[in-house]
Design a binder for this molecule. Structure first.
Ligand code: FRU
Length: 473
């Protein structure tokens, strides 16, 4: 079990069949719940259910029975969950706090918002008899409610994707909702429909202030094509979100092709999110079996001023409990032109990390290499960009949109962290200022990791390279 060729060993994937967005992320009494868009009868997208998994550490997951099934109001599309500690909803019936899930019912011809509740720590769910709680106002795309308790105005606030903007609603009890405001039509990227919003407050690193960050997935319209996550930084007063940036500014959370629909855990003190590690351009065709798609590694979020700009920063949750004996530890490595520093790999997952002390090279390359295949990361100092080239990375022909060189602007590389699983790479650079997540499907089984510098030297410091335990054991 969980040992198929393309089964991620570090990332959550369902035992079998189709999965997309993370839903209902909520923490309660030591358990992180992960619900997700799930089709239990097929390897392709279809009638959506909420699948369910729990974890005590965000690394080891146990898949549980399906939490929500489609019904006469429609399929169960994306949404969120909260712990209603004060029982504002009046839906509490046991000693446990009542959990309320807020989701989209996707009917044949319209989308509306509904709720369900659980009085047994999120295991079984009852749909509210008065659904829907927000009927469709005559808007085709009207979905993905994400709810949180807004302390200052003492009410629940919902962000909802509505066409190509976000509507905010407020409620005293999770049942009766009023429209507060609408944000977005003139802001950010609009290459596609807006989906899966999240509104969170983050402290600014090293400063004595907090800012509000509005997260919005968009499909299509990503910088490298397809579905992608953008965000806005500003203020929220309980009614309106006011963006700090000029309307034309676009901020991408992850420049890779395979990070989508990311949202944060509710009822947990630290901001942690997870995204669906695929792209609507080819998600239905990727060659894994008997399941399709995995989630990203859970990532801690922060906000940092980078060159004067508020930037969402991400770092993977601590993986050290999975570390095996180091392949390379605490080393300084000088890469000279035409030399290759090569590490033979036993297996994946693999964790790599280094500081870049000095670089006179025009390009610094990290290549995951088999005999015929390779996945290459190029830090290009001249063009001031990072490229991930997956054109020769193994299986690519399942979709003509898959093989690509994907780019991310980067003025200067200071450090990198790399997480390599069976079919994915997550690259965090400059303490999480920039991130790229990409899938690949190698055919070979023996690989090396090659480090090279072109036309100059690169000095890597504190190099750490570790194989990781599988999280399925
Ligand atoms: C995003 C999305 C959501 C929707 C769900 C349907 O990937 O399109 O907007 O609720 O997937 O599965």
């Amino acid at each position: 079990m969980y040992d198929e060729q393309y089964r991620p060993q570090l990332h959550f994937s369902p035992k079998e069949n189709w999965m997309n967005d993370p839903n209902g992320l909520v923490y309660y009494k030591g358990e992180y719940h992960l619900f997700y868009q799930y089709h239990p009868h097929s390897m392709v997208w279809g009638p959506m259910h909420w699948g369910h998994a729990v974890s005590k550490d965000l690394l080891h997951w146990e898949e549980l029975p399906i939490a929500l099934y489609p019904d006469e109001l429609g399929q169960i599309f994306s949404g969120s969950a909260v712990v209603d500690t004060q029982n504002t909803s009046g839906l509490k019936t046991s000693d446990e706090d009542v959990m309320v899930a807020i989701f989209t019912h996707h009917g044949e011809d319209n989308e509306k918002q509904s709720i369900a509740y659980s009085n047994d720590r999120g295991i079984t769910w009852v749909k509210y008899a008065g659904n829907p709680i927000i009927p469709n106002p005559g808007q085709k795309d009207f979905r993905d409610p994400k709810v949180f308790w807004h302390e200052e105005s003492e009410k629940w606030v919902m962000s909802l994707a509505s066409g190509d903007c976000i509507r905010f609603y407020g409620s005293p009890n999770l049942i009766d909702w009023e429209l507060l405001s609408v944000f977005g039509s003139e802001y950010g990227a609009h290459g596609g429909v807006w989906e899966c919003p999240d509104l969170i407050q983050l402290p600014v690193e090293g400063e004595d202030q907090k800012k509000w960050v509005l997260i919005v997935s968009i499909n299509p319209g990503g910088p490298n094509g397809g579905s992608v996550v953008q965000y806005f930084v500003g203020e929220f007063d309980g009614v309106e979100f006011v963006c700090d940036d000029r309307p034309e500014v676009v901020k991408w959370a992850d420049f890779g092709r395979d990070f989508y629909a990311a949202v944060t855990w509710s009822n947990f003190p630290e901001p942690i999110w997870i995204g669906w590690m695929s792209n609507w351009q080819y998600a239905n065709q990727v060659p894994s079996e008997p399941f399709r798609s995995a989630m990203s590694i859970p990532r801690k979020l922060g906000l940092r001023r980078v060159d004067g700009e508020f930037t969402l920063v991400q770092s993977p949750i601590d993986l050290s409990s999975l570390f095996k004996k180091a392949v390379v530890s605490n080393e300084t490595i000088t890469l000279r032109p035409s030399e290759i520093y090569q590490v033979k790999l036993d297996n994946r997952p693999l964790f790599a990390k280094a500081n870049v002390l000095n670089s006179t090279a025009s390009e610094f390359l990290i290549t995951f290499r088999g005999e015929q295949e390779r996945l290459e990361i190029v830090f290009d100092q001249k063009r001031k960009e990072v490229r991930i080239d997956r054109r020769d990375s193994g299986q690519i022909s399942f979709s003509e949109l898959f093989a690509s060189i994907d780019r991310m602007p980067l003025a200067r590389l200071n450090d990198f962290t790399l997480i390599l699983d069976k079919t994915s790479i997550e690259l965090f650079v400059n303490q999480g200022n920039r991130v790229m997540t990409e899938l690949f499907f190698p055919l070979e089984s023996e690989f090396t990791l090659d480090f090279r510098a072109l036309d100059g030297e690169v000095i890597l410091e504190n190099v750490e390279l570790r194989h990781l335990e599988s999280t399925w054991k």
